[in-house]
Design a binder for this molecule. Structure first.
Ligand code: SF4
Length: 473
């Protein structure tokens, strides 16, 4: 039976409820009165249920669809302003004992060169990332109890936080590792990770078991209940995601929202982020073999409806998507993107020439450098943000959500974005990025309404120019 407060996977991600939701949304996709009611509710900017969101997803009415896009843009603007948070993935090891059929790191792929970075190699990668200007990383590694035990992950996090190269520092390490025990989540929490990210891949149990034929990841319930164990381990910022293309989007969409509803119902805090990856070409993976691939239009609609359904949740898009697609998705609700990414183990060190071709987890569609991405964002009038202040000030989980729900985020985030952008401009930007950046910063300072905050920002910007770092609200 469907129960969002249950800790049992099959009760909070309930198959019958998902099928009922799909049926209900198909039956009501032309129900103008209901659609208008849902739009009116969405305008209150407090979110929608999985059923309401699914009705909008099925709706083919042009006027309603335009209304959805308009609203998504407005909510994005109200909650996130024009800031876009930047991060990079860091692949530590591609050893993996699982058999995921959509990932080239699966254990049966015998020609994939296996690599696991030593702490010394991690140090070099982190210096390369710091020299690009990154402050926030997401570490990635396959599941392998022998090669990638929790101790290796903990040592790596310690190494990453310890490196201070020139003015560089990684201030937030998000962690994307396989579902694990409460005890291990406690250790990750003690290691001061930012968000614990785990993609569900697919919420459909039958498909999930076929797509994960071997290895510990085969266990659907253990994987689906991972966020509950993470919460029990003290991690209150968790990141959800499905790999679109594995199952029908009509199934994944309500299920993903049900997972968010479950976290909110049971722990009082929804997911910190939702990632939106689509299946991509990789070593022995051909996306054409997956018949549920998402077209661009549906992908945009999913992004827009998610934005209005979970207004307080950050939404992430990676370099799996092209520059053009990322531009459109930014307008519709994406608040975080990766930049200058390498998806192979050791990919950031220039002397490691073959690593990118040999061991990438997926083909990157946006190959621009971080500086090109920063420059492009500012041309589009976004503030590229390297801010990690909430994490540094203990504003995580419910405390962060309260700030967000009260739309107080502008008082913290915009000034922090401005100050971290100034750091980037001083330390890493090219001449043309500096030029456009200084103009943008001046405009943004003028727009700060609170005189007190404005004066502190101006004062801190001068200190940053003189060499001080890491100011935050
Ligand atoms: S998706 Fe993760 S668990 Fe599955 S094969 Fe790839 S690295 Fe291993």
């Amino acid at each position: 039976m469907y129960n969002p407060k249950s800790t049992k996977a099959e009760e909070f991600i309930n198959h019958s409820e998902i099928l009922e939701t799909i049926k209900y949304s198909q039956e009501n996709k032309n129900n103008t009165e209901l659609l208008n009611r849902i739009i009116e509710k969405a305008k209150q900017e407090k979110g929608l249920t999985h059923r309401e969101a699914s009705v909008l997803l099925q709706c083919e009415d042009k006027t309603i669809n335009e209304e959805i896009y308009k609203l998504a843009k407005k909510i994005k603007e109200n909650y996130y302003g024009n800031r876009i948070v930047l991060f990079a993935p860091l692949y530590l090891s591609n050893y993996c004992v699982n058999g995921c059929v959509y990932c080239p790191y699966h254990s049966q792929n015998k020609h994939m060169p296996r690599k696991k970075m030593s702490q010394e190699e991690i140090k070099k990668e982190v210096i390369a990332l710091q020299d690009m200007g990154h402050k926030r990383l997401a570490i990635e590694l396959g599941e392998d109890p022998i090669n990638n035990p929790i101790e290796y992950v903990l040592d790596s996090i310690k190494t990453i936080y310890s490196i201070k190269h020139k003015n560089g520092a990684i201030r937030r390490v998000n962690v994307n590792i396989a579902a694990t025990t409460v005890e291990n989540y406690k250790k990750l929490h003690e290691a001061k990770i930012g968000t614990y990210i785990l993609f569900q891949e697919t919420y459909n149990k039958e498909s999930y078991e076929k797509l994960h034929p071997t290895g510990p990841k085969h266990n659907y319930n253990y994987h689906t209940e991972a966020m509950d164990r993470a919460m029990q381990g003290g991690i209150d910022d968790v990141g959800l995601g499905v790999l679109f293309g594995l199952e029908t989007y009509k199934y994944e969409f309500p299920a993903l929202i049900m997972h968010a509803e479950h976290l909110e119902a049971l722990y009082g805090v929804g997911p910190h982020t939702i990632s939106l990856p689509r299946i991509r070409k990789a070593d022995d993976i051909n996306p054409d073999n997956f018949s549920n691939a998402l077209d661009d239009e549906t992908f945009k609609k999913i992004t827009a409806i998610l934005r209005i359904t979970v207004p307080y949740t950050g939404m992430i898009i990676s370099t799996r998507e092209s520059k053009e697609c990322r531009k459109e998705l930014l307008e519709l609700g994406i608040s975080q993107i990766s930049g200058g990414s390498k998806t192979s183990v050791g990919g950031y060190c220039k002397d490691d020439n073959n690593s990118e071709e040999d061991s990438s987890q997926f083909e990157v569609c946006d190959n621009r450098t971080l500086d090109e991405v920063v420059n492009w964002l500012m041309e589009l009038n976004y503030i590229p943000s390297f801010c990690t202040a909430c994490y540094g000030s203990g504003r995580t989980g419910e405390r962060f959500m309260q700030v967000c729900k009260n739309e107080q985020i502008h008082n913290f985030c915009t000034p922090n974005a401005i100050m971290t952008l100034q750091e980037y401009l001083c330390d890493y930007a090219s001449t043309s990025t500096k030029e456009i950046g200084h103009k943008l910063l001046q405009n943004e300072i003028d727009l700060i309404k609170d005189e007190n905050i404005k004066n502190i920002v101006i004062e801190n910007l001068e200190k940053i120019k003189k060499g001080d770092r890491d100011f935050k609200f």
